[in-house]
Every structure is written in structure tokens, then in C-alpha cells.
Design a protein around this ligand. Sequence first.
Ligand SMILES: Nc1ncnc2c1ncn2[C@@H]1O[C@H](COP(=O)(O)OP(=O)(O)OP(=O)(O)O)[C@@H](O)[C@H]1O
Length: 332
Amino acid sequence: MDRTPEADDAAQKKAAPIELVGIRKQYPDGTVAVGDLSLEVRAGELVVLIGPSGCGKSTVLRMINRLIEPTAGKILLDGEDVTRVDPVQLRRRIGYVIQNVGLFPHQTIRTNVGTVPRLLGWSRAQVRARSDELLDLVGLDPVQFGRRYPQELSGGQRQRVGVARALAADPVVLLMDEPFSAVDPIVRARLQEEFLRLQEDVRKTIVLVTHDLDEAVRLGDRIAVLSQGGKLEQYATPADLLGRPASSFVREFVGADRGIRRLAVTPVTRDMLEPLSGDHDGYPEAELGSSLYDALAAMLVTNSDHALIAENGQPVGLLTRHRVLSIDYPAD
Ligand SMILES: Nc1ncnc2c1ncn2[C@@H]1O[C@H](COP(=O)(O)OP(=O)(O)OP(=O)(O)O)[C@@H](O)[C@H]1O
């Protein structure tokens, strides 16, 4: 989507940066869930926390909105130390979406979405207008769904209501803990797509926890890989993480099929192309900037060794199957 710098500025003001400085969480029984973690998340950035079960991902997330109090360290939201802010006030600025959504079963969808605006003392008319606007934004018709109860919705629809509710008071940060894991893989892929489009519009600062590397690669601007005790193993863009794992832990974590995953985050660029020559009838087409994965898939489906690459509909060169399969892997 094209955005003017002014529109970007306006959007950015609705999001705030987060900085974790040496945070630690030791539970009363002595378990060190997070030892010493520092991480900065830029305003409007979507950062994914990933790592093996029990490595401290949820603990980190819940320290940001103070559902869990850190044992040491600082968490700065827009430069302000969150431990000095009243937790209730803080949570109104931070949307929180969890796996099973946690909708109130005896309230209608519209009432569920309006929860925080109501707490903030908005008028009935304002709350209703905002709820309907949000339902629309997440692709649910307010007329059709507004008066239903949560159990009258599918899992995927409930998940969208959870996102709408978290966005209702226009928070500066959205925390999401396994938001899409309760739905089947097809619905999940659709929700992820819709969510990315939504993020284009709202540009919140988002910290999302997942177990699913494909989800991390698809959604994250940057991915933080954690190991036990909340140790930060690598913090990088999806392409960097897959292309240059920083340690043997990360290499193992991203798995043997990282090459294929990497194709999905590497765009077709001009320097990969061979000049146009002769007859290219029958070659599959792909756009410059589309992923190598999509270009390769088109070649495989048509059993062709070449794809015709176009920019704005105009052919600009040829990509070969060999070139796709020989993208560089910097020495690990
Ligand atoms: N209240 C508690 N008391 C003691 N230990 C706890 C408590 N809550 C969590 N832990 C421990 O802290 C560690 C981190 O837990 P956390 O839930 O943050 O991990 P996670 O990475 O989100 O795990 P998962 O992916 O399985 O959800 C785990 O070893 C967990 O057993």
C-alpha cells in the first residue's frame, strides 16, 4: 500500500516503541524464567518471539503489560518506565490477545468489543460506533454478528473479535500470545493474511508469541529467537535469520528446510535475471519483487526451467530454476 510520509507520521504516533532493558523474572520457587533480556521494538514494528516450550516467551509478554512483575530490569514504553505507571492505566494503552480469546460468553460480540472504551467512560453512542467500526475492520459485518454471542461464532470469527476488542481503544501496543493457534491451518493462514493487511492500516507496535516458525517468518518484521531462561539467541529479519543463523542453536531451531523457507522471504531482483532472448512462449510469469518461492512454484507446476519476470506487466528478464536453487548461503 502506498503511504505518504505524512500518513506514516500520523500512523506512527499511534504506536509507541518498547525497550526491554536487562529484564529478569525469577518465580518464588526459584525458577528463572527470564535471566537477563534486552530487546528494543520500534514503533509500528511487528516483532515475533519464538523458542522452545518453557523458554520464557509468555513471561516476557506478560511483563510488558505487568500481568507479571519483573524481578529486575526496566521496561520502557514510549520512553516511560512501565513499572511506574498504574497497571490498570497501562493495560488500557496495551491491547492483549490470547490463544482462546477470552471473550465474555454472556455478552454480545458488540459488547465484548466495546469493553475497554466503556471502561474509559466513552458515551454509549461512541462505544457502539467504535465497536461497529472495529468489527468491520476485522471483516465481520456488525449487523450480522454484533448481536450474536461468542458461542454462535466459529473459532476463526472469535479470533477476529479478539483482535477487534484489543484494538478498540486504539492502544499504542498490541501483545499477542499464540493468537492464531486455536484454529485449523487453513483458517489460520487466512487470518494471518488478513492480519497483515490490518497491520498495514493500523501500524501498531506488536509483540507476538508463537511456536510456529512459518508464522514467525510470514508475520514478523523481526524475529527474536529465545532459548531456555529467555536468552536471546538471535534478533533479526526473517531473511537474515534463515540465511545467517547466528548459532548452532538457531541453525537447529530453524531446521533443515530453512532453505525452502528462505525462498519465501527472498524477492526476485534484477541481478538474478538473464536477458530476454528468443521465444519465451509457454514460460510461466512472475513479477519482479515476488518471492523466489512463488517463482519456483510456477516453474515446477509448468515443468519449465525458466520463468519470465515482468515489472508492471512488462517483461524484464528470465529467471532460471538453477539460479533459484543456487542462491548464496553465506558461510555459517
Ligand atoms: N508461576 C510460576 N512459578 C514457577 N515457574 C513458572 C511459573 N510460571 C511459569 N513458570 C516457568 O517459567 C518458565 C517460562 O514459562 P513461559 O510460560 O514464559 O514459557 P513459554 O516460552 O511461553 O512456554 P510455552 O511455549 O510452553 O507456552 C517455564 O519453565 C515455566 O515452567
